[in-house]
Write a protein that binds this ligand. Sequence first.
Ligand code: MRU
Length: 357
Amino acid sequence: MALEALRYRRGSLQVLNQLLLPHTSVYEEVSTVQQGWEAIRSMKVRGAPAIAIVGCLSLAVELHNGNKRTKEELVAFILDSLKYLVTSRPTAVNMARAATELSAFVELEAGKPDSTSETIQDCVIQWAEDMLAKDISDNRRIGDHGAQHILQGSSGQNIVVLTHCNTGSLATAGYGTALGVVRSLHATGRLAHVYCTETRPYNQGARLTAYELVYEKIPSTLLADSMASLAMKEKTVSAVIVGADRVVANGDTANKVGTYQLAIAAKYHGVPFYVAAPSTSCDLSLEEGRQIVIEERPGKELTDVNGIRIAAPGIGVWNPAFDVTPADLITGGIITELGVFPPQELRVALSKSVKVN
Ligand code: MRU
């Protein structure tokens, strides 16, 4: 059975508490928007696509099981809930984007003369369920586009991938983005090996990606973040593939802290550097990376391990959760469900797809 970050059927949502992985798998009920917000904020669920999906499904479940509201009360509740969910974590764009789109959709539905609170509620539930299904199909496309692109550039060699953070089933509705490309490469029989970084300070690589790779029986090795340049030099890495929390119009990309230094090291070693992300992680409203708000997290994530302080008392701590990789370091391309694009071509590619759809 595939790993699942969440389990949903109409009226019921459970999320896998990722704080307990890899030792314990516990699914916890999320029945309200408040519980959805808390699951995201506390990082029981994390990863840009999964954050948005859990946020929207928590709303769907609360609506399905909740008390009857007048049409006006219902619309106000939905719009307020979406605004609130956006405050859970600031850097990943997916929740904010979903909130903007779903709010516009609700306002449109509510403006129809024959709409009722029941029809609006059904539309919102359906919208959230469609989002869940689309994320999985988008990820499969990302996987296939990415694998094809990398194999085409490989001159027949089997592929060695280095990846960072967790971008797999646990960070999405299923299959994954950067890890989806790894899965697709593995399925072709041409994946030689994967190196996953530990991803300090929160250890998404050691706890979650390593867990997924072992679960899928993909040949893989864990590295401390500080070993990545050496691995590029000595382990014939063919491609670095990472995910994204927000890709802006010029192709600059926010992703888990440490991504930027991997991109610099990849350029130095002539290793193609890829970002794999669905179009829902792209934000054409921002022109460049320095406009992205970067979440800062508690210093304890650096100073303590499993609740035990390891850092010298009194030391100051800086703990940005993400960094921004400039577009010109994304040398392999940005892998989306629409295809693989050089960063400078992403804006046009995404704008075209919006016009077509
Ligand atoms: O802080 P996290 O664990 O939510 O950060 C996750 C990442 O940075 C991922 O690389 C990104 O969200 C892409 S997940 C498909």
